[in-house]
Design a protein around this ligand. Structure first.
Ligand code: MN
Length: 137
C-alpha cells in the first residue's frame, strides 16, 4: 500500500476491491465507485484478486465468477480459508444464467449478488454503501 492510499485510509475512505476481467465494465464500475468517494483496487483475474485481497484487506470485494487464472468461486473458497478472509464482505457480480453458481457462492457466505444484465449504476453504489455501513455498526 503506498503512502497516498495509507493516508486516505486513515481519513476513513473505504476500499473496494473489484475483481472483474471485463475492462469496460471494470472501468465503468470502478469510476462510479470512485465518484462515490471510495478507494478502488482492481484485479483482472482471480489469482491477482485473491492476492490483492489478502494484501490490502479491502472493506468490500466485488467478485466476478467467470475469471481467467482462477474462478471466482475458487477465489471465494480460498479467501474463506484465511483468518482475515473468512470474515471479508463479498458481493458477487454475475450474469442471470449463472443461478446455480450464485447459489454455490451464497453457500460460501457471500453477502449478496449483483446481476450484470439489468443493473443500474446507482443500485450498485447503493448496495456497496449499504454493506459498508452495516459493517460499521
Ligand atoms: Mn468475467
Amino acid at each position: 500500500m503506498d503512502a497516498k492510499m495509507e493516508k486516505k485510509k486513515s481519513l476513513g475512505a473505504k476500499t473496494v476491491l473489484l475483481v472483474e476481467d471485463n475492462n469496460d465494465l471494470a472501468a465503468l464500475l470502478g469510476g462510479t465507485l470512485k465518484d462515490a468517494g471510495l478507494e478502488v483496487l482492481r484485479a483482472d483475474d482471480g489469482a491477482k484478486g485473491l492476492d490483492l485481497a489478502l494484501k490490502h484487506h479491502p472493506d468490500l470485494i466485488l467478485l466476478d465468477i467467470v475469471l481467467p487464472s482462477m474462478d471466482g468461486l475458487v477465489v471465494l473458497k480460498k479467501l474463506r480459508e484465511d483468518a482475515w478472509g473468512k470474515g471479508a464482505s463479498v458481493v458477487i457480480l454475475t450474469n442471470l444464467n449463472n443461478e446455480e453458481r450464485v447459489s454455490a457462492a451464497m453457500e460460501g457466505g457471500v453477502y449478496d449478488y449483483l446481476s450484470k444484465e439489468n443493473w443500474k449504476m446507482e443500485d450498485v453504489v447503493a448496495k456497496v454503501k449499504e454493506r459498508l455501513q452495516e459493517k460499521n455498526t
